[in-house]
Design a protein around this ligand. Sequence first.
Ligand SMILES: Nc1ncnc2c1ncn2[C@@H]1O[C@@H]2COP(=O)(O)O[C@H]2[C@H]1O
Length: 329
Amino acid sequence: MNIDVDLSPITALIIDDSRYARSFIKTALQSFGIKTILEAGDGPTGLEILGQQPVHLVIVDHDMAPMDGIDFTRFLRAGDMVACDDVAVIMMSAESASEVVFQARSAGVNEFLVKPMSADSLFRRIRNALVNPKAFVRSPGFRGPDRRTLSRPPPGVAERRVAPPLPKPLPLVMPMGAAGAAARPASAPHAPVVQAPKPVQERTGRKKFHAGQIIFNEGDPGDMAYVVESGKVAIFKTVGGQKVKLGQIGTNGVFGEMALIDNEPRMASAMAAEDTVCLMIPMAALKAQIGKTPDLVILVLETLLHDIRKMGRELGQVRATLEKKRAGK
Ligand SMILES: Nc1ncnc2c1ncn2[C@@H]1O[C@@H]2COP(=O)(O)O[C@H]2[C@H]1O
């Protein structure tokens, strides 16, 4: 077995009513490098633990009473346990009947394993759930991995409406020596690449804006920076009641970053010039990166922003005057 991911930062929770099964799984998880392993003898205790501390991986038995693994997963994914709803769930069962697997998937498990299982198959399921996580669905009554598996229409159905694919979440861990190698800290060149889970307020998201829709207004407090994925965004100021365009942001361009860096209000308004999709970077994510930046660089940035704001005001005035002259006012 090739353990090619560093699982040491992961917290795992084993829920099984058999002490022997827990002990076997715990030994296997330890051999995969997982250091923090919690145990529960039943589903309700497992839910209580999940409500109290961050857990990244749950290994739950299907065959338990009074709450079996499927009821446990349904409860977890019902949307009330927001703090831990993105936890990966691997279910083990002595039953391999397709209804059980179907029920487990519908309840929101990430992976299903038939007992008796080998340490190797357990590792492969864990690796898949953490390195290659499924897209995440947040809907009323369900928060969990995307349950859609079929893109073909069911028999007898001519056409099936297929929703667009959901964005995939970032992997919780990356294989050692994978593409993210550059992210390794220089102080520990042989340390595995670890993608620590991001707090909710630091997670990026995507939003679609229709042509003409205002994204934010001049003077608003800044909460997000934006990267244009497709479309165009117009940046404008209002000078003496007149709308004056400062610039236009196209694909891969960034805007709305200034207010986040120097905590000043938005210096201009942003409007989708056509149907536009933006990646949104929350303030906390940007601040987390800025926190690693040397003070001198911050000072230089703040000075630059101060000058850009001043230039923006002056540019706005000049363009407003020019527009008035052109209109013969
Ligand atoms: N001249 C300009 N051209 C294009 N974009 C600009 C210009 N000046 C400022 N911006 C962007 O407009 C944004 C308005 O919100 P912020 O002040 O947060 O950050 C600002 C910059 O990202």
